[in-house]
Design a protein around this ligand. Structure first.
Ligand SMILES: Cc1ncc(COP(=O)(O)O)c(C=O)c1O
Length: 467
């Protein structure tokens, strides 16, 4: 296999002349070959030609392999609201590894998972008190779907097998998740192996709601799509409706006023379970523990991941209402396994330790209120970019916003080019298609928000000029 030695003479790095260069010989973080790692959701060929390697993260900044500092405008991948390199989490994980590194989670366990489940259930709304730990957001979504199906089987309503998702929804990368999800690029290659009996509501991004800060006034009636689907296939055949309260990965689509309440009403009318996928919106991003509280709509099942450990260790979780757990558990004889589902890494000690340490940080630093208080400043800042011609829409809620860049030839080309310009300007964020998703850590002070907005302006302007 050809070794690609990391050398500035063979790797072109856009605008490298104006960027600080480190003495690469002295660095140990730089790999000799970029060939073997098949990177996820990455344009591998382009990346390997001009890689963006991070070597350090601290507070709200990353440092790349040239020694340049980049402000983290998307909390990693919506994972790190408490900022990077938190000693509390590091120490808790290290202590846990010294004490008990791994225990099988089936028919055994350890105290940490019960402690964390209890803490999580204090933040979930109403009686969503039963917490099933998974490995990540994708496995949380699969688990949520399976809980819904198992619940109806246990209730003697096995005919309820249909699931309703939504266009432009993102629910992770497993087959259940891409089936109920609605991002075409993630689905089309696999269209012949998707889950059967899945239907989609229309998405809620209406042309009349461009440049609306917060919840748009119009569009609540789009929730009636669920009523139409129920009318078409029989409401008694639908197990669950799954949505992200605010669609995150597709670019921060904030629900129109009353939309989520209407979905809740239709679910109640027909006995359909409402699942909120709160993998991004959970843990304070909306200025409340979960979007459920921010929008005052309570689902029956809720998924979460990412920020639950501040992104440091993989962990997902599913919260279910008490009666869902009781129905499934009580339908099996005592001594029998009630739910044939779980993962080798469900509730492992390191993830529980990181989760518990994160809970302490949330409490001590009042993180959710911090997000709520910073939100207006952040959103106002975002909307100051409106004058840039190349921007076709700005949206936002809580500590999350989306900026659409006008399409250039094909979907994603402008977004990726812009993302690279932003990186050069010293800003790290997530771009999906032609949308830039901004979701700063809650530990950002106003000066950091100002820096993010200023760098967004610089990077987007540079893209406009150099295109
Ligand atoms: C709403 C939602 N669900 C599920 C997932 C999948 O999570 P993971 O990448 O941890 O599997 C994501 C990831 O971004 C997400 O945003």
């Amino acid at each position: 296999m050809q070794e690609l030695f990391f050398d500035l003479s063979i790797i072109s790095y856009t605008q490298s002349l104006v960027r600080k260069k480190m003495d690469l010989e002295k660095r140990t973080e730089i790999p000799n070959s970029l060939e073997e790692h098949w990177m996820p959701f990455t344009s591998n060929r382009d990346y390997k030609n001009s890689p963006r390697l991070m070597v350090k993260a601290e507070g709200v900044y990353y440092t790349d392999h040239y020694g340049n500092k980049l402000i983290d405008a998307s909390s990693g991948l919506f994972c790190s609201p408490a900022g990077h390199s938190r000693p509390e989490i590091r120490e808790a994980v290290s202590k846990q590894l010294e004490q008990l590194d791994y225990v099988q989670p089936f028919q055994q366990g350890f105290g940490g998972s019960f402690d964390l489940a209890r803490k999580v259930s204090k933040h979930t709304p109403e009686d969503l008190n039963k917490i099933f730990f998974t490995i990540c957001g994708s496995s949380a979504v699969e688990t949520a779907i399976k809980i819904a199906i198992a619940y109806f089987k246990a209730k003697g309503e096995g005919h309820r097998s249909h699931i309703v998702g939504r266009e432009r929804g993102y629910h992770g990368m497993n087959i259940g998740g891409i089936s109920v999800g609605g991002m075409i690029a993630n689905r089309k290659t696999f269209s012949n192996i998707l889950m059967p009996n899945v239907h989609h509501l229309r998405h809620t991004h209406l042309p009349e709601n461009l440049f609306v800060k917060g919840e748009p006034e119009t569009g609540a009636d789009l929730a009636d799509d669920l009523e139409r689907i129920a009318g078409n296939i029989g409401a008694e055949n639908i197990a669950a409706c799954i949505v992200e309260p605010v669609a995150g990965s597709t670019g921060t689509l904030v629900p129109p006023k009353g939309y989520l309440k209407r979905l809740r009403e239709i679910c109640d009318k027909h006995g359909i379970l409402l699942i909120f996928d709160e993998v991004i919106t959970g843990w304070g991003r909306m200025g409340a523990p979960f979007a459920a509280q921010a929008f005052d709509v309570c689902p029956d099942i809720m998924t979460m991941a990412k920020a639950i450990t501040n992104g440091v260790v993989p962990l997902g979780a599913v919260a279910s209402r008490d009666h869902i757990y009781d129905t499934i558990v009580d339908s099996s004889p005592t001594g029998a396994i009630e739910f044939f589902h779980g993962y080798t890494y469900s509730a492992i000690p390191v993830s529980m330790a990181a989760g518990l340490a994160m809970q302490d940080i949330i409490e001590k630093e009042d993180l959710f209120n911090r997000a709520k208080e910073m939100s207006p400043y952040f959103l106002d800042g975002l909307f100051t970019l409106k004058d840039l011609d190349i921007i076709s829409d700005i949206r936002g809620y809580g500590m999350m916003g989306g900026i659409d860049i006008k399409m250039d030839e094909r979907l994603g080309k402008a977004g990726y080019a812009c993302f690279k310009k932003l990186f050069e300007a010293g800003l790290s964020l997530k771009a999906t298609g032609d949308c830039l998703i901004v979701a700063p850590p809650f530990t950002c002070e106003k000066k950091h928000i100002d820096e993010i907005i200023e760098k967004l302006r610089t990077g987007i302007s540079n893209y406009m000029h150099d295109r």
